[in-house]
Design a protein around this ligand. Structure first.
Ligand SMILES: [Zn+2]
Ligand SMILES: [Zn+2]
Length: 342
């Protein structure tokens, strides 16, 4: 099978083509695995974090990609949940131990043995991949394969962020950064919290314009003051300035949720502007979002089909994965990037 693989850790500013096109044997499903013929795979900022070493793959080479949609073409002898020919999705959570206190407490995303698709196990930048059947999801019919792909990470983790933000209908929500995840969160908020106003902060004019088209109440640059204070905010940027600036705009008791697996260090000195009185005093909170549970993915796919969400997608051929990643790095973004595979 053809795959785009990570062979080494490198800096995308120096190496514009970090993934290599490789020919490799298709994986063979174990007893509880399904073999999925991949048709679409979303491109996530986490791939940049893997390639640049902020959350490095646990082994090399590895096939990245954790927003995978395809059809089951073979299965192990003990698989009972799916049949050959079923359409399924695969998300960032590839496995967890199932026994620790986090797993038993519905927090499998925090499991010390958490294994991630496309980082610790081969993912969907390939014609085939395998996954245990209970880590695969039926995809609602309403979505095409390419539309469903970004729902599996950008959507599901965005949904988890929204839940952790504790937004209530009528509260003001801030979104800093407006890429794949934030544009899906906006759709859920408009549906489930119709009286809430959404204020979007982005450094690019294109993202601000896109946010307003989708129904944001206001859009400004990172340094700009929103028309009202925020009850909560979700940050999807890779940098620090929006974190500090947003804390200053929160109401007392407000919460900022950081939806990023890693932050880059390019503007880390901006954290020195953090001032206890302006940014943290009055019971303001900061919380990160780590990974995703199967329940998050299941619930989000149902809500997304109910609304229904129509993700804005830009498609690329599998062989052009490097181009998609570079554009993501350069924030040439409108919605979500998806690879067409097979
Ligand atoms: Zn992701
Ligand atoms: Zn566990």
């Amino acid at each position: 099978m053809k795959a785009m693989i990570i062979n080494k850790i490198c800096n995308l500013n120096e190496d514009k083509a970090p993934l290599q096109l490789a020919e490799m044997p298709a994986p063979v499903p174990g007893n509880l695995d399904v073999l999925v013929k991949v048709s679409a795979c979303g491109v996530c900022h986490t791939e940049l974090d893997e390639i640049e070493g902020r959350t490095p793959p646990s082994r090399l080479p590895i096939v990245p990609g954790h927003q995978v949609v395809g059809t089951i073409s073979d299965k192990g002898k003990d698989v009972s949940l799916f049949s050959i020919g079923d359409r399924v999705g695969i998300a960032w959570i590839n496995s967890s131990c199932g026994k620790c206190r986090f797993c038993l407490d519905n927090n499998e995303n925090l499991c010390p043995a958490f294994s991630a698709t496309g980082r610790d196990a081969n993912g969907g930048y390939a014609e085939y991949m395998i996954v245990q059947e209970d880590f695969a999801y039926a995809i609602p019919e309403i979505f095409s394969d390419a539309e469903a792909a970004p729902l599996l990470c950008a959507g599901a983790v965005g949904y988890r962020s929204l839940r952790l933000s504790a937004l209530i209908n009528g509260d003001n929500l801030g979104l800093t950064g407006f890429g794949a995840s934030a544009h899906l969160v906006l759709a859920v908020v408009r549906h489930s919290f119709p009286d809430s106003r959404i204020f979007v902060f982005s450094r690019t004019e294109a993202e601000r314009k896109f946010a307003l088209e989708l129904g944001a109440s206001w859009a400004g640059d990172f340094g700009d003051a929103p028309p009202d204070k925020l009850h909560c905010a979700i940050d999807t940027t890779p940098v620090w300035k929006p974190v500090v600036d947003t804390l200053a705009h929160l109401w007392p008791g407000g919460r900022l949720v950081i939806n990023a697996i890693r932050k880059e260090s390019i503007d880390k000195e901006y954290l020195l502007k953090l001032n206890y009185a302006d940014h943290l005093w009055m019971e303001k909170e900061i919380k990160s979002v780590a990974n995703v549970t199967r329940k998050d993915v299941d619930e989000f796919l149902k809500i997304a089909a109910e609304i229904p969400i129509r993700p804005e997608i830009q498609q690329y051929d599998l062989a052009d994965a490097n181009k998609a990643l570079l554009e993501l790095k350069q924030r040439k973004i409108r919605g979500a990037k998806v690879l067409r595979v097979g």
